[in-house]
Design a protein around this ligand. Structure first.
Ligand code: SAM
Ligand code: SF4
Ligand code: SF4
Length: 388
């Protein structure tokens, strides 16, 4: 495929996820920034870093999609956010820039400048779970509803595609139609309803000891299997602006990965182009965001005695070798350090716990759901648009 660069594993460089900021003004209770405080650095990627690692010719020749979404933060709080967007879009106007934000606390001129920089290839997702300031703060702590609406309304005359994304909680489970109406009235093109796994029925620590249940968990959860909870339902509100047509590229990479990893234990979604190549807010490269996030202990689903601590994990121990501040991207992605990852995919005993839980073929994983969606040629938008 001609949109690959010469790196040993042939990582698909068409799809990127950059955490340009691990800063945020909000404190949503189940966000990693709230739950894992102290395990990550609050920082941002400077414009200079982006220019060095993504020069215009590299962008034009390789990159089709770039996602700005925090793992622990929100992209709009990067102090050079507008300059970064302007640089990327000027260098490569055809790129699909996808921005995921809580949308709070920015003024009109910020949104105006952003609208001017983006074009019809781009997408912005506003994560809003309530219908007014009070209800939105039930999960989006310290958000500011009026400034979110100001952002959507200011962007509306521009061609960027606007989505309003709502996670279903107990407090909004009966108000979804009302929220969707507000999204439409304010100019959103899509209303997305996202299910979540982060509830007491999946993780006991979320159960309130006095109540005996998780007060945030919606009642539908009892009816839905774990894999179904990766679902995102998307409703088109505006018939003029359609989601970008990247499906063909995703299909091509999926078909290739399916062939290449026919005999492997996993369908590595990083190689299938579904899970974007990831750079965290400190400038470290990872094949996907799943292997980057700090954790306490992770247990294997397939091997009862296998568990791994973050401090001793491969990715943490070898972090210095993935540092884009001191090494170039081709240097990192051609490093033999990734041979261990590649080999692990073909040997169950060597499988990384993260790869096993997200990409294994024989258990309920993202990879099995992704393969099902592709093989049926259905529902592909839920995997190609907005990662969780
Ligand atoms: C850490 S946030 C970063 C982006 C941005 N700050 C935001 O909140 O949209 C990444 C994603 O996690 C989602 N998220 C936050 N809390 C969640 C929860 N309890 N369950 C599922 N997804 C959640 C956000 O909506 C967003 O899509
Ligand atoms: S807005 Fe996003 S980054 Fe900020 S606390 Fe909430 S989920 Fe986390
Ligand atoms: S979990 Fe492993 S196989 Fe899956 S996308 Fe990440 S690195 Fe690739």
């Amino acid at each position: 495929m001609n949109n690959m660069v010469n790196n040993k594993l042939q990582f698909p460089f068409f799809n990127w996820h950059l955490e340009i900021s691990s800063k945020c003004r909000l404190a949503c209770p189940r966000c990693p920034r709230t739950e894992k405080r102290g395990m990550y650095k609050v920082t941002e990627l400077p414009l200079e870093f982006i220019q060095k690692n993504f020069p215009a010719d590299f962008l034009q020749q390789n990159v089709k999609r770039m996602l700005f979404c925090g793992g622990q933060g929100d992209p709009i709080y990067n102090s050079q956010f507008l300059e970064i967007v302007q640089y990327i879009k000027k260098s490569h106007p055809k790129i699909t820039l996808c921005i995921i934000t809580n949308g709070s606390h920015k003024n009109q001129s910020f949104w105006q400048e952003l609208g001017e920089a983006l074009n019809h290839n781009d997408q912005i997702f506003f994560s809003v779970d309530g219908w007014d300031n009070e209800s939105n703060q039930l999960y989006r702590k310290y958000s500011d509803f009026d400034s979110i609406l100001l952002g959507i309304q200011t962007l509306r005359p521009f061609p960027v595609q606007i989505s309003w994304s709502t996670i279903v909680f107990r407090f909004n489970q009966d108000r979804l139609v009302h929220i969707g109406r507000i999204a439409k009235e304010n100019g959103a093109d899509y209303f997305n309803i996202n299910l979540s796994m982060l509830f007491g029925s999946m993780y006991e620590n979320y159960i309130d000891s006095e109540l005996g249940f998780d007060p945030l968990e919606p009642e539908y959860s009892k009816l839905v299997s774990p894999i179904e909870r990766h679902r995102k339902y998307s409703f088109r509100l505006n018939s003029e602006r359609q989601a970008s047509g990247l499906d063909e590229t995703f299909r091509k990479f999926y078909a290739q990965a399916k062939k290449n990893y026919k005999d492997a234990e996993v369908l590595p979604l990083c190689m299938a182009g579904n899970r974007p190549m990831y750079i965290d807010a400190e400038g470290f490269f990872y094949p996907c965001s799943w292997v980057s996030h700090p954790f306490g202990v992770r247990k294997s689903k397939l091997r009862p005695n296998k568990q791994i601590r973050w401090k001793e994990s491969y990715w943490n121990e070898h972090k210095h070798l993935f540092d884009l501040k001191s090494r170039s991207l081709p240097e990192i992605t051609s490093d033999s350090i990734f041979t261990k990852l590649y080999e692990s995919w073909f040997d169950r005993e060597k499988l990384f716990v993260e790869c096993e839980s997200k990409c294994a073929k024989d258990i309920t994983s993202y990879a099995t759901a992704y393969a099902k969606a592709f093989d049926n040629f259905s529902d592909i938008k839920m995997f190609t648009q907005k990662p969780s």
